[in-house]
Design a protein around this ligand. Structure first.
Ligand SMILES: NC(=O)c1ccc[n+]([C@@H]2O[C@H](COP(=O)([O-])OP(=O)(O)OC[C@H]3O[C@@H](n4cnc5c(N)ncnc54)[C@H](O)[C@@H]3O)[C@@H](O)[C@H]2O)c1
Ligand SMILES: O=C(O)C(=O)C[C@@H](O)[C@H](O)[C@H](O)COP(=O)(O)O
Ligand SMILES: [Zn+2]
Length: 366
């Protein structure tokens, strides 16, 4: 089992990665609590995930916990859903000794984490990520929240889980397009911080895309290491953590412009990463050679679906990006594989040109 610790100046928790963790969950949860404290687990998940993995989850529980269901899909990551779940928690008698368990992908994880952050002003929760994206990225780091119609993750809170248990067995039932979407966050981790991870993904695409357990475990552990280290150095995204947002400025704009319906998050990030690469090349900040490596690797983990959006509208939407400071848009640009920089001087014209190049590439791919 790989266990990676995420440590900030004020807290510390472990991300455990191994096959079969769900079947031994209950004793692991108990260990998280000081000797005398009781805990009352409530699981938040979606019906499709529960149908596939409830047997494993329940295997170690002395009695079945309450299970609350959230509908599938990014478009349901909304405040109304949080309120509905909170009411169900009250009805189930949840109090400050309740431990929420987020069993699912990033949607369930972000929403349940936010619910935990605000229910009775904050209760603990544990992440049980069931998608590759959630295992490599969304289950750790404490960013929780929901979307607004006007923008992605615009309501939320930093609230870290007590622990993360990433059971790699669950990846066996993941649809291939979901696996690929999650892998784009790992490619991102390589581009921004870990050139070895990038190289590994470049060289082992066949095994990774075939969901070879050893290859996937390696990718999950390396991606988690990147994120844990970055978050440990800048928990609240005042500086360094912005690099985890590489590809997201335009990626989030694409998601909002398509009403969170046309692309998976990882796919939108992949298109956003391509646009960021094109922008960096146009500034002579990134070599053509590295740019080609990045774009080719992203495409290897494709196919990236087409989407319908106007470049101007995308640029307008980036104005609402959370990274902006004093009205200045922050943009993460690659300098080389493994190194990025955050710049504040990207103009609308530059961004428009990069968005147009990305859309041209998309159309040429069709
Ligand atoms: N908090 C963060 O730091 C962070 C980081 C990255 C992404 N995110 C967020 O994560 C979300 C995307 O997460 P996602 O890609 O996991 O999507 P998702 O949660 O929508 O899950 C994708 C699909 O896979 C299904 N599924 C989940 N586990 C399965 C399994 N084991 N077998 C079969 N089907 C399964 C889900 O029901 C869903 O249909 C976005 O909202 C994004 O903004 C957050
Ligand atoms: O953890 C982070 O920090 C990230 O930026 C990780 C991203 O992959 C993730 O999509 C995150 O939810 C984006 O956060 P946001 O604050 O830009 O909405
Ligand atoms: Zn992301």
């Amino acid at each position: 089992m790989a266990s990676i610790t995420l440590k900030t100046p004020s807290l510390s928790y472990d991300i455990h990665i191994a096959a079969g963790l769900l079947r031994t969950l209950y004793p692991r949860l108990k260990k998280l609590y000081p000797a005398k404290k009781s805990f009352r687990p409530i699981i938040v998940t979606s019906e499709n995930i529960w149908a596939l993995w409830s047997k494993d989850v329940l295997a170690s529980f002395p009695e079945p916990p309450t299970v609350l269901f959230h509908p599938v899909g990014e478009k349901h990551k909304r405040l109304a859903a949080v309120e509905k779940l909170a009411d169900q928690m009250v009805e189930a008698g949840a109090d400050r000794d309740t431990l929420l368990l987020a069993l699912g992908g990033g949607v369930v994880g972000d929403l349940t984490g936010f619910l935990a952050a605000i229910y009775m002003r904050g209760i603990p929760y544990v992440q049980l990520p069931t998608t590759l994206l959630a295992q490599v990225d969304s289950s750790l780091g404490g960013k929780t929240g929901v979307n607004l119609a006007t923008g992605k993750n615009l309501i939320g809170s930093f609230h870290h889980p007590l622990a993360v248990f990433a059971d790699t067995n669950v990846l066996a039932t993941l649809p291939p397009e979901e696996l690929r979407a999650g892998l784009h966050e790992s490619i991102k981790a390589g581009i921004i911080y870990d050139p070895k991870l990038f190289k590994y993904m470049q060289a082992n695409a066949e095994a990774i895309l075939a969901a070879d357990p050893a290859a996937l475990t390696k990718v999950v552990a390396a991606s988690v290491k990147v994120k844990a280290e970055v978050v440990g150095l800048d928990e609240k995204e005042n500086g360094l953590r912005m690099i985890l947002n590489f590809g997201h400025t335009l990626g989030h704009a694409i998601e909002a412009a398509t009403q969170y319906k046309q692309l998976l998050h990882g796919e939108a990030v992949a298109w956003g990463s391509i646009a960021a690469v094109q922008l960096a090349v146009s500034r002579d900040a990134l070599s053509e050679e590295d740019a080609n490596k990045i774009v080719n690797t992203i495409m290897t983990y494709g196919p990236l679906p087409q989407f319908r959006a106007d470049a101007k509208r995308l640029v307008t939407l980036t104005a609402g990006d959370k990274k902006r400071r004093s009205g200045r848009r922050a943009f993460v640009l690659p300098k080389a594989i493994g190194t990025v920089e955050v710049v504040y001087d990207v103009t609308d014209a530059e961004l428009l040109s990069a968005a147009n190049s990305m859309l041209t590439l998309m159309k040429a791919q069709a």
